[in-house]
Design a protein around this ligand. Structure first.
Ligand SMILES: [Zn+2]
Length: 86
């Protein structure tokens, strides 16, 4: 099952949040702050190598059970991250 909208995050560029793909975030913005588009909590990009391809995923720095983007523990009710980035 492919969830295309799970493959983006937001990167802070010159003070503005821009939605980018996880590949773009990892390659072009490795040092910039990134956040989850759903709950606005800070995230990091993980890359898993499988053959010639890199499968990237997004991981919350601090897990949040009110985020539908979180793979584990989502309560089913979306809520803002307690440490959301503005
Ligand atoms: Zn989130």
């Amino acid at each position: 099952m492919t969830k295309r909208d799970a493959l983006t995050c937001e990167v802070q560029i010159d003070g503005a949040w821009c939605a980018v793909s996880l590949d773009e975030a990892a390659i072009n913005h490795p040092m910039d702050v990134k956040r989850c588009p759903a709950c606005h909590g800070q995230v990091m990009i993980l890359g898993a190598y499988s053959g010639p391809n890199v499968r990237r995923s997004m991981s919350h720095r601090r897990s949040h059970n009110g985020c539908p983007r979180q793979a584990n523990g989502y309560t089913g009710t979306p809520s803002p991250h307690p440490q959301a980035l503005k």
